[in-house]
Design a protein around this ligand. Structure first.
Ligand code: NAD
Length: 430
């Protein structure tokens, strides 16, 4: 079955050209809703965002001039609990994109059983053109504009594209100053000293490897003799590479925005890290050959981890992918056209809303620690993350068997069944 993947960036590839982000997200939802036979009323409820707020606000720039920026905060569904989702700063942010991402967050939280609905925020700005002071001013004013819908029991932001722990600290401080006391649980992805969680930085890559372990058991792949390729040696990708290599897989190729490197005998990742730390790039690493970044996806390997951008595995290159297992650490790396080709070729895919849900899961742990004012150790965080990922993988696989659908649709089916269940039980107010 072909599945419509909601693009997460406007430049998400030619297969997405001209499509509206939110329309694509609804289309994807509809495919899974058909599988579970969702009734019309529930379809209508879940295919709308519950709250959409757009704000335009002035920011005083360093030279004394004033610029007006536009931002959004969207809460897709508050049925399961408070809403959760990142805030991105990017020049291409649109309301449609933020709505699609908010809906995707509802499904991602539901797949791993978190007590959250989905939300997302964004400001249309290229932060690379702003000073730190201007970013702080923008962050504080944007937070003040949307503060009425935020809060530890309402809606909890987190970092996303071009936002970071420092920006989360400013959001927390602005909110706290306005209510008159400190509210660390109102945001996650905070710096550790302000109540961030140990293990949060590694959570997405670690969760992805936990999911790969489950899939490998199912497919009979011996990870100790397997070969792995990672596209995007950043936060998610480098952690996934290191952890899969720790359990015995040979990482034969990695890439970043500057290029790709390959060594069929395996890369020494500690040495790659050192090379990247000094040169800012994986390219030029002595014990590997530099290869065409596009060719990296088609290398002979068992496991492929796309951990960079959207729309990397397309209708064009999907027929040449050699991996037996693809784990989507990135959001939306596979286009709808590629999905059906991979399925026909029998390549097992762990979809993004499952494979990269480790990040939001440890954000949830951070929120729990802040709500209880009781910090956990990193070992506790990792153990609970493993439990969540293993159980969620098993539940999605069970749904794929039950309905005879591939893992992407199965993950959505599990998510929709959960959220529809909450909505059904709560009924319609008044
Ligand atoms: P990051 O910026 O730390 O890393 C991205 C990496 O991709 C960088 O090394 C960059 O150089 C590389 N890259 C960029 N363009 C590339 C290209 N054309 N070819 C190869 N590599 C390229 O970002 P991240 O946080 O690791 O996020 C990566 C993906 O994972 C995104 O899709 C993000 O939405 C998703 N994700 C991340 C998290 C998280 O907690 N970090 C959680 C969920 C999903």
């Amino acid at each position: 079955m072909m599945l419509a993947e909601p693009p997460t960036r406007p430049d998400a590839g030619h297969e997405m050209a001209g499509r509206d982000f939110f329309d694509s997200a609804v289309e994807q939802f509809t495919i899974a809703a058909d599988v579970v036979g969702l009734d019309d009323g529930m379809r209508q409820i879940l295919s709308h965002c519950q709250r959409e707020v757009t704000v335009s606000f002035p920011v005083e720039m360093d030279d004394g001039s004033v610029q007006v920026f536009t931002g959004h905060r969207v809460q897709h569904n508050t049925g399961p609990g408070p809403t959760k989702g990142g805030i991105r700063y990017h020049q291409d942010v649109t309301l449609s994109e933020v709505k699609a991402l908010a809906m995707m967050m509802t499904w991602k939280c539901a797949v791993v059983g978190l007590p959250y609905g989905g939300a997302k925020g964004g400001v249309t700005v290229n932060p690379k053109l702003l000073s730190q002071n201007e970013i702080q001013n923008l962050t504080r004013r944007y937070t003040a504009e949307i503060a009425f819908m935020l809060g530890p029991n309402q809606d909890i932001p987190a970092p996303d594209v071009n936002t970071n722990p420092q920006i989360m600290a400013w959001i927390m401080d602005t909110y706290s100053m306005n209510v008159g006391y400190s509210v660390p649980a109102m945001v996650t992805g905070k710096p550790l000293v302000l109540g961030g969680s140990p293990g949060r930085n590694e959570a997405t890559g670690r969760g992805c490897v936990f999911a790969i372990r489950e899939a490998a058991k199912l497919l009979g792949i011996d990870l100790t003799t397997s070969r792995t390729v990672v596209q995007g040696y950043g936060n998610a990708g480098s952690v996934a590479a290191r952890l899969i290599s720790d359990i015995g897989s040979t990482v034969v190729a990695v890439s970043d925005s500057t290029g790709a490197i390959h060594n069929p005998n395996g890369l020494d990742l500690t040495a790659v890290d050192a090379h990247k730390a000094t040169t800012g790039s994986v390219v030029g690493f002595a014990e590997a050959e530099t290869i065409d970044p596009a060719a990296l996806l088609e290398l002979d390997c068992d496991i492929l981890i796309p951990a960079a951008l959207e729309a990397q595995i397309t209708r064009e290159n999907a027929p040449r992918i050699k991996a037996r297992l693809i784990a989507e650490a990135a959001n939306g790396p596979t286009t709808p056209g590629a999905d059906s080709i991979l399925e026909d070729r029998g390549i097992f895919l762990i979809p993004d809303i499952l494979a990269n849900a480790g990040g939001v899961t440890v954000s949830y742990f951070e929120w729990v620690q802040a709500m209880q004012a009781f910090p956990w150790t990193e070992a506790m965080v990792n153990e609970r993350l493993q439990q969540v990922m293993s159980e969620s993988f098993a539940a999605v696989y069970a749904a794929s068997e039950k309905y005879g659908v591939h893992m992407r649709t199965a993950a959505l089916v599990r998510a929709i069944e959960r959220v529809a269940g909450f909505t059904q039980l709560r009924g319609i107010y008044p």
